[in-house]
Ligand binder design. Structure first.
Ligand code: PBG
Ligand code: ZN
Length: 327
C-alpha cells in the first residue's frame, strides 16, 4: 500500500480546489518615490519599470493603480535639500507632506496611503537618524524625538498607516504616544519590526538617493545571521503597540516570516525589496527565466511562509497576471 498523491493533481479544477495558499490583489502594496517638480518622471537605472516622479505624476500613477485594482501605496519622499537632521521630513511643507495632502485630496478613502517613516532620504549623510557627537553612528534617543515629530507631520497630512523603518529602539512606543497625544488614536502603525542590514537594498538607495555617505547600517539594522533576535525584535514592537509587523527583506528570510507567524496573532507584511526585484528583472532580460511564472511562484512563497501583506515593486505586474488568472 502506498498513498497516491497524484489523484488530486490530475485535473486543473481539482488542483485549484485543494490549493492551500493564494495571492490576492488585496495583499499588494506598491511603493512610490515622489520628488519636487512638475511633470517629472525618471526611470530608476537599477530598477527598470520604476520611476521617481513629481506629485502630479504620482496622482496619475494612483489612478493607474486603482484601475488595476491596487489600492495601497507606500510613499517615499526625496527632498530637494538634505541636511544633518533631515529637516524636510519635519516640515509640513516638505515633500512627503505635500504628496500625502495631494493624494488624499484626490482619492480620499479610495487609496490607503502608507508612509515610510525614516530619515535616510532626508539627511545629507544618508543615515536613518541624527548622528551622535563622534559622528560615527546614529543617536537612538535624539532620533526618537524627531521621529515623533515626523509621525505627526504624516498624521496631519493624512497618512492612513505609518510605517517606521529606521530600526531605532523604542520607535513604535514613541510614535504611538505622539499619535495618541494628538488625537490620532485610530491611526495604525505598521512597523518594519524585523529589518536586516541587507545588501538587497542596493537598488533602492539609487531610487531614494539614500545611500549612507560613510559606514553602514549595522548598528541599527539586524545581523542577517540572527534568528532568535529577529523574533524578539518583532515581538518587542508588538508589545510597544505595533498593529502590523514586517519582515524585510522577504525572499532570503522566509524562515523568519514563518517563525514570527507562529509567535504572533498580528498581521505580517513582507517587503519584497529592490534587490529581489532587480534580480528577477535582470534574469528576465537575460532570457534565462519565465518571468511571469517565477514572479507568481515568488509571491506564493511569501503567503505560504505566513505573510498576509506584500510590499512589492511587482504589484502592477502581479495585478495583471491575477486578472488573466495565470496563477
Ligand atoms: C529606509 C528604507 C530602506 C528601504 C525601505 N525603507 C533602505 C534602507 O534601509 O537602507 C529598502 C527598500 C528596498 O530595498 O526596496 N530606511
Ligand atoms: Zn532609513
Amino acid at each position: 500500500m502506498f498513498k497516491r498523491f497524484r489523484r488530486i493533481r490530475m485535473n486543473g479544477i481539482i488542483r485549484d480546489m485543494v490549493q492551500e495558499t493564494r495571492v490576492d490583489i488585496d495583499d499588494l502594496i506598491y511603493p512610490i518615490f515622489v520628488r519636487e517638480g512638475e511633470k517629472f518622471r525618471k526611470e530608476i537605472a537599477s530598477m527598470p519599470g520604476l520611476f521617481q516622479m513629481s506629485i502630479d505624476e504620482a496622482l496619475k500613477e494612483c489612478e493607474e493603480l486603482l484601475k488595476l485594482g491596487i489600492n495601497k501605496i507606500l510613499l517615499f519622499g526625496i527632498p530637494e535639500v538634505k541636511d544633518s537632521i533631515g529637516s524636510d521630513a519635519l516640515n509640513s511643507d516638505g515633500i512627503i507632506a505635500k504628496a500625502l495632502t495631494a493624494i488624499k485630496k484626490s482619492f480620499g478613502q479610495n487609496i490607503v496611503a502608507i508612509t515610510d517613516l525614516c530619515f535616510c532620504e532626508y539627511t545629507d549623510h544618508g543615515h536613518c537618524g541624527i548622528l551622535n557627537l563622534e559622528q560615527a553612528s546614529v543617536n537612538n534617543d535624539a532620533t526618537l524625538e524627531i521621529t515623533a515629530k515626523q509621525a505627526l507631520i504624516h498624521a496631519h497630512a493624512g497618512a492612513d498607516i505609518i510605517a517606521p523603518s529606521g530600526m531605532m529602539d523604542g520607535a513604535v512606543k514613541t510614535i504611538r504616544e505622539a499619535l495618541d497625544g494628538d488625537g490620532f488614536v485610530d491611526l495604525p502603525i505598521m512597523s518594519y519590526s524585523t529589518k536586516f542590514a541587507s545588501a538587497y537594498y542596493g537598488p533602492f538607495r539609487d531610487a531614494a538617493e539614500s545611500a549612507p555617505s560613510f559606514g553602514d547600517r549595522k548598528t541599527y539594522q539586524m545581523n542577517p545571521a540572527n534568528r532568535r533576535e529577529a523574533i524578539a525584535e518583532s515581538l518587542e514592537d508588538e508589545a510597544q503597540g505595533a498593529d502590523i509587523l514586517m519582515v524585510k527583506p522577504a525572499l532570503a528570510y522566509l524562515d523568519i516570516v514563518r517563525e514570527i507567524r507562529d509567535n504572533t496573532k498580528l498581521p505580517i507584511c513582507v517587503y519584497n525589496v529592490s534587490g529581489e526585484y532587480s534580480m528577477l528583472k535582470t534574469a528576465a532580460q537575460a532570457g534565462v527565466i519565465d518571468y511571469d511564472k517565477v514572479l507568481l511562484e515568488t509571491m506564493i512563497s511569501f503567503k505560504r511562509a505566513g505573510a498576509d501583506i506584500i510590499i512589492t515593486y511587482h504589484a502592477k505586474e502581479v495585478a495583471k497576471l491575477l486578472k488573466d488568472k495565470n496563477l
